[in-house]
Design a protein around this ligand. Structure first.
Ligand code: AHR
Length: 498
């Protein structure tokens, strides 16, 4: 007997699920770049870690944000181009203190290495310019270096550095966390800075990229700050349009919890923290709608994920990769699908070795974490039309409300095939879920499941990494569009229905 019910309203379309909702983020922090994406930070470095690049290639990442994070707030891009032996060594202002591993930044990995990686991966780059300690000229020069095809010193410098054609970088973030490490700015101050940077970067729009640059404002999870920022933006614009295509926020959860010492109650609390993104997305979209329009300014969550007490700056914010974290990622991707009408991108933090990374390196080994498997399972949603679901689920009380134990989202592809993803967020008990997929007989169903029989706090390593791949999920199909499945504790399912 089912105790949860998911109805998929196949005719109630939300919007296209932009592939960029499955985007990523890499920062010069700990072992994300050096000993992660790149072999090491020396002049003699071999280059990319091919084992890591292979794993990233298989992920089909739509977009990758770089170089930070807080690192971007003091990054001088010219340090990282040209002959490697001439690149200056700098302190890593935000992520250098107290760490023995990489206390300084060698600039071995810079713009051309990053953009070369994106070309290899077929990934759109998203560069965050330095608003905190930088100026609009420096940022504008960076855009010119990357994107200009004419006969200027900066375009020639790119050619001398090995890239004849412009890179065509579309996404440009105007700062990072400017309410914090990006300058501790008030909303009105950042609005003024934003307008100034956007004036110069935006004036090159069209000259540099046929389809136009997309400029990204940095919002906050404090929605009063966002309201004041957007109101000032709108009031302060006299001669141009808003020059903002997206507005971001960041959301980390689990920061007071140890992933290894936590218990089921902590897990409930942690998962409820992940689900809080639903409200944040709605609130920032509401602010955009009240001041501009979500038709013109999309919502990006360009840093998000699990951040546990194990993630110490002294270790480069490394923390174990667990089933529980992966479960939270699935729940968040379901939220993003439900907000496909306002969301244009998301970037989980961070790609390799740091926080809720998808790929981890241990010595000569590189392997996929459980969160990587979630991205694989959710990949069929990319580019589909998200459709509405109604969910009837048992709940459990948590500090600030209730945790819905079963979650889901759904989408439909161009051929009418429906793809449903579902989570059992209950780490203690199985739930039998009945899926009613409207307007289909559901005679052709393929289902798979992640994490069956695995404890929530099971940690991935080089030896067990392959044990986290998807298994077939047993379902019963009754011929009238109803599919029933038992979801074991802490599992994620993907169900394709024709
Ligand atoms: O991802 C780690 C840090 O978290 C980023 O540098 C910063 O933007 C955020 O506070």
């Amino acid at each position: 007997m089912a105790n949860a019910h998911v109805t998929v309203h196949t005719e109630a379309g939300i919007d296209r699920i932009e592939p960029e909702l499955h985007g990523h983020f890499a920062e010069h922090l700990g072992r994300c770049i050096y000993d992660g994406i790149y072999t090491d930070d020396s002049v003699e470095a071999e280059g990319f870690r091919e084992d890591v690049v292979d794993l990233l290639e298989d992920l089909e990442m739509p977009v990758l944000r770089w170089p930070g994070g807080c690192f971007a707030d003091d990054y001088q891009w010219e340090d990282g181009v040209g002959p490697v032996e001439e690149r200056p060594r700098r302190r890593n202002l935000f992520w250098g203190q107290g760490r023995e591993m990489v206390p300084e930044e060698s600039n071995r990995f810079g713009t051309d290495e990053f953009l070369g990686l994106c070309e290899r991966l077929g990934t759109d780059p998203y560069l965050a310019v330095n608003v905190g300690s930088g100026d609009p000229q420096e940022a504008t020069d960076w855009v010119e270096y990357c994107n200009y095809d004419g006969d200027t010193e900066l375009a020639d410098r790119r050619r001398e550095n090995g890239h004849e054609d412009p890179y065509g970088v579309r996404y440009w973030g105007i700062g990072n966390e400017n309410w914090g490490c990006g300058g501790n700015m008030g909303p009105e101050q950042y609005a003024g800075e934003y307008r100034q940077f956007a004036t110069y970067i935006g004036s090159m729009d069209g000259q540099l990229l046929d389809d136009g640059l997309e400029l990204i404002g940095c919002g906050f999870s404090n929605h009063e700050w966002n309201r004041r920022f957007m109101e000032d933006m709108v009031d302060g614009i006299w001669l141009s349009d808003l020059q903002m295509d997206h507005l971001t926020l960041h959301h980390y959860y689990g920061r007071t919890m140890s992933i290894l010492d936590g218990d089921d109650d902590d897990y409930d609390q942690f998962l409820a923290g992940a689900l809080a993104l639903d409200d944040h997305v709605e609130r920032i979209a509401g602010t955009i709608e009240a001041t501009a329009s979500t038709e013109n300014v999309g919502v990006i969550v360009d840093e998000w994920g699990a951040w546990h007490t194990e993630a110490d700056p002294a270790t480069g914010l490394e923390q174990p990769g667990t089933v529980l974290d992966a479960l939270s990622a699935a729940a968040v991707l379901d939220i993003f699908n439900d907000h496909a009408d306002v969301m244009t991108m998301s970037n989980i933090a961070q790609t390799v070795n740091v926080l809720q990374c998808l790929v981890e390196t241990q010595g000569d080994d590189a392997f996929a974490r459980p969160t990587y498997r979630v991205y694989d399972l959710y990949a069929p949603h990319k580019g589909n039309e998200a459709v509405t679901t109604s969910i009837d689920t048992p709940t459990r009380e948590v500090d600030d409300g209730e945790l819905p134990l079963v979650g889901a989202s759904a989408s439909v592809d161009d051929d009418g095939e429906v793809y449903v993803t579902a989570t059992n967020l209950d780490t203690r008990a199985a739930h039998t879920v009945e899926f009613t997929v409207e307007d289909t007989t559901a005679d052709d169903v393929e289902a798979s499941v992640l994490f069956e029989g695995q404890d929530a706090d099971l940690v991935v390593d080089a030896d067990n990494a392959e044990e986290f791949t998807a298994d077939d999920l047993d379902v019963s199909v009754d011929g009238d569009g109803t599919v029933t499945a038992e979801l074991e504790p802490g599992t994620v399912a993907g169900i394709a229905v024709e």
